[in-house]
Design a protein around this ligand. Structure first.
Ligand code: ADP
Length: 269
């Protein structure tokens, strides 16, 4: 198990309840979506997974390590956090220095740092940006730099707060592919989103939050193919599910849907 949370409750100082008695498990080497509307507690939950917030009521374990002050350094080496707005993460005068900053905290030699930064800049296609100040870049470019600064540390668990918000179609495809490659190396991805279609198409598992409570969790199939969930909650049905729910095969992506429709036409002819 990658994450185990027991009875986690968190209230903000103004007494807004961020999380209310959360119990959940997140499996290793899966892409898990934390799905919920604005204000449902997604970011507050993610803050508890890398120790930005330390649990006061209830407990959080990440890779069998209790999230507490004593374990913070070890935890943060294993857990990378990507903010929804990259500006929260980027502050150096050049892209190179920003990516190098994380490595500086972990005692890499100069030669190692040069090699690692060269590798990531090729992988993310950001070689031309290395001398530019991050705050002059586009949102998609900033998101790449923020991700590069985390991926160089090779965390086992990647936490992404609304990772795809504001991206155009080709950037979205690029980021999804990159994270899929990351998962293929055995890593675990947890991301927050309000987007049911993205979750249906791209996640393996889903945890649905509402008003700081978990209202359902399971694989995408277990959660979205259970009609009762739509009766019990205000969860929107994903477009692909609405279009194909009466078919024998349910596509999980537009490409799969196109294939199914082509095959249906062939059978009809
Ligand atoms: P989401 O990420 O799903 O939009 P959040 O975790 O940001 O939700 O917020 C959950 C709840 O906690 C909301 O009611 C929100 O108003 C409240 N909240 C979030 N951040 C703060 C804060 N810094 N101070 C007080 N209340 C907050």
């Amino acid at each position: 198990m990658a994450i185990e949370i027991k009875n986690l409750t968190y209230s903000y100082p103004n007494s807004d309840k961020g999380l209310d008695n959360i119990c959940l498990h997140i499996k290793k080497n899966r892409k898990t979506a934390i799905l919920g509307k604005n204000g449902s507690g997604k970011s507050t939950l993610l803050y508890h997974l890398n120790g930005m917030n330390l649990p006061k009521i209830g407990s959080v374990k990440v890779f069998d390590l209790q999230v507490n002050k004593k374990n913070l350094k070890q935890l943060q080496k294993n857990v990378g956090y990507i903010f929804d707005y990259p500006d929260y993460q980027l502050f150096s005068t050049s892209v190179y220095k920003d990516i190098e900053f994380g490595l500086d905290n972990y005692g890499y030699s100069s030669a190692e740092k040069i090699r690692i930064i060269e590798d990531i800049s090729k992988k993310l296609d950001i070689e031309d940006l290395m001398d530019r100040p991050p705050f002059h870049l586009s949102l998609g470019q900033k998101k790449k730099i923020a991700l590069a600064g985390i991926l160089v540390l090779e965390p086992e668990l990647l936490l992404c707060d609304e990772p795809f918000s504001g991206l155009d179609t080709s950037s979205l495809k690029f980021f999804k592919n990159l994270l899929d490659q990351w998962k293929a190396q055995g890593k675990t991805i947890v991301f927050s989103t309000h987007d049911v279609d993205l979750t249906y198409e791209w996640a393996d598992d889903v945890i649905i939050l509402r008003e700081g409570r978990v209202i359902n969790q399971g694989t995408v199939e277990e959660v979205f193919l259970d009609e009762k969930i739509y009766e019990k909650t205000d969860l929107e049905k994903p477009y692909l599910y609405r279009l194909f729910k009466d078919h024998s095969v349910l596509p999980r992506s537009i490409d799969e849907a196109v294939e199914i429709q082509k095959n249906m036409k062939i059978v009809e002819e």
